[in-house]
Ligand binder design. Structure first.
Ligand code: AMP
Length: 603
């Protein structure tokens, strides 16, 4: 195993890495850093998030960059604003002892003039999202004629998000002589095409198995009926008092619903989804990064680019349809030399979804039993005892109160005192889980009931065909925006979205089928200059990816016109308050003491 020094990095960089606590290079760093330092050959690297790839491409560039030249020498493209900010932040940390060096992050949704001012001061590395980068190039504020390195980070994500044209435009304005470094967790056809068309005889690096979950992640599953999914989630949180994780849901509505219930039940949780404004998203992410939140409930799209280390758990509240999404989700834990657990909560009917995932990740899911009340009480009790043991006592603050406290407790010996202190908490959670039922799904009758329930779930959605796709620069976020702009119904549930090259599909609450068709017809919707046509289509059949059969009840063709209107801001969530499943331990254990007396219903 080599050291950063062996890889050829200068002391200014090594000192910064030491400050960050990086002791030894990760596999991808060991392979990429010396290669980029000694050679100008293009590089194509398979790398998951969390493997240390940011340092793998940034450090050799920093090693070779000319700090006396204030022109942009490296451009790094990343799929999301959060990731761009994170990469720039990492580069600032790595370069803190390099005098004269400067990096700028450019991304949409923020003041462009401020970014232009920063560029005007002279920066050697720019980290940007594709859209904003192209915008700045067009305004002639970002000049890439002197670029020696172009990094495409998470190239597969960038293409998934519909940035193909932007990538092409950036690639075209950079000098032929540059070195291109392409990092991707997967290599679908589109990424290969980029590599073929824009890279010159690239050297290939493979750090870790392709498309696989990292070795540091354990995959577990729990089988419960749909009805018990949320109570099981709470028990999983309760049996892990120090949990710090992301709970993935499939729809925005489900995300809001789960987060709302968790908050109501006293857990330290919040939601991250596409309905939030950028400022709201930033605030939630900031709280989560600082560990002021233990549980983040998120959709796949919203969690993209969220870079947080040391997550103990990733929980698939519902499994995603695409296996790729599962690997992305689980890759958020077990990052950079730490371990993590990826949990799937599945109904009996969903169990079959596990084996294709197992094949892809090359690992087996371990079945776990939803813990019973007794296990949870024991775990929580000992967690409390550990806290008592480790708590730092603030002598100065409490010393004035001690004499009267001692006086009040006079006559109680040590054992009695311990029992009483512990009982303050223990009685309360004992009574919460008293007679709690087994949530594990074991019986066939339950299984049948659940499968039917699941079918009913699907039946609640109508699948629509829309005549625009990736070629029209459509991506899931833009499609959601387009649906929102039609103001079909407040809080309408959006289900699965499937973006294909020239057309796409989406699901909406079936109660608003006619309203959806009417809204798209009456609003004269157009997208990137094309008249938009929305029709009802058949339910997706397993394995029928891309196949399209419209049902006879479709809508009319649409006329052209401006779509107008911005994305709707935060919508209120209309929860079924009569059906809440309140109560939980997290509240009792130090997070929100105000709730102590609150009545809890059993899970
Ligand atoms: P990345 O894959 O670049 O997003 O890195 C994931 C996390 O691992 C980041 O928080 C890095 O700070 C951290 N990291 C990267 N390289 C190392 C290393 N050699 N040793 C320890 N932590 C690292």
């Amino acid at each position: 195993m080599s050291t950063f020094k062996d890889l050829g990095l200068k002391s200014e960089i090594i000192n910064a890495l030491t400050d960050l606590g990086y002791e030894k290079p990760t596999e991808i760093q060991e392979k990429a850093i010396p290669q980029v330092i000694v050679s100008t050959q293009d590089l194509k690297a398979f790398a998951q998030t969390g493997t240390g790839k940011t340092a793998a491409f940034s450090l050799p560039i920093l090693e070779k960059i000319d700090v006396n030249n204030k022109q942009v020498q490296a451009i790094i493209l990343s799929p999301t604003r959060e990731l761009a900010i994170q990469i720039a932040r990492n580069i600032e940390e790595f370069s803190k002892y390099m005098k004269g060096f400067s990096v700028a992050a450019v991304y949409g949704g923020a003041d462009i003039n401020q970014q232009i001012r920063k560029l005007n001061k002279g920066v050697q590395i720019v980290v940007g999202t594709p859209g904003r980068t192209v915008d700045l190039i067009k305004r002639k504020k970002l000049k890439l004629d002197n670029v020696q390195w172009l990094v495409l980070d998470e190239a597969d994500e960038m293409l998934n998000m519909g940035f193909k044209d932007e990538l092409d435009q950036v690639l075209e304005v950079t000098p032929k002589s540059k070195q291109t470094l392409l990092f991707s967790a997967t290599f679908p056809r589109e990424v290969d095409a980029i590599a073929r068309n824009y890279m010159n005889n690239p050297m290939q690096i493979d750090a870790g198995k392709r498309n696989s979950g990292t070795d540091s992640v354990t995959h577990q599953y729990y089988v419960v009926t749909d009805r018990n999914r949320y109570p099981a989630l709470k028990r999983i949180a309760d049996i892990n008092p120090d949990i710090y994780g992301i709970i993935f849901c499939r729809t925005r509505r489900e995300t809001k619903e789960v987060a709302d219930k968790l908050i109501e039940d006293g857990y330290s949780a919040d939601a991250l989804h596409g309905d939030l404004s950028q400022a709201q998203r930033d605030s939630v992410m900031q709280k989560f990064r600082k560990k002021n939140l233990q549980l983040l409930v998120a959709t796949d799209v919203a969690a993209r680019g969220l870079d947080v280390d040391n997550l103990t758990h990733v929980i698939n509240y519902k499994l995603p349809d695409q296996i790729e999404s599962y690997t992305h989700r689980s890759g958020r834990t077990g990052r950079a030399n730490s371990t993590g657990i990826s949990i799937a909560i599945v109904s009996p009917g969903e169990r079959r979804k596990l084996s294709p995932i197992e094949k892809r990740i090359g690992k087996k899911f371990e079945q776990q039993q939803v813990p019973d009340g007794k296990d949870i009480c024991k775990k929580q009790l000992f967690s409390l005892i550990d806290k008592v043991h480790d708590i730092k006592v603030n002598d100065a603050e409490i010393k004035d109160y001690l004499p009267s406290i001692f006086e009040k407790l006079e006559g109680l010996d040590r054992d009695e005192l311990i029992k009483r202190f512990v009982s303050i908490e223990f009685n309360s959670f004992l009574s919460y889980y008293e007679n709690s039922k087994d949530l594990n799904d074991i019986s066939n009758t339950r299984r049948e009931r659940d499968t039917r329930g699941k079918r009913r779930d699907d039946e609640n959605m109508t699948r629509f065909f829309i005549n625009i796709g990736r070629k029209d620069k459509l991506n899931p976020a833009r499609l959601i925006g387009l649906i929102n702009e039609q103001e079909i119904e407040k809080n309408i549930e959006i289900g699965q979205i499937e973006i294909l090259d020239t057309f796409s599909f989406f699901e909406l609450d079936k109660n608003f089928t006619q309203e959806t068709i009417s809204a798209f017809t009456n609003n004269d919707v157009s997208f990137e200059g094309r008249g938009v046509n929305v029709e009802v289509t058949d339910k997706k059949r397993a394995g029928s990816r891309g196949g399209r059969r419209r049902s006879s009840g479709g809508g009319k063709n649409h006329r052209k016109g401006g779509s107008g209107g911005g994305r709707r801001s935060e919508r209120s969530f209309d929860r079924d308050r009569g059906n809440k499943d309140s109560g939980g331990f997290q509240k009792k254990f130090g997070r929100d003491r105000s709730s102590r007396g609150k009545r809890r219903s059993k899970d």
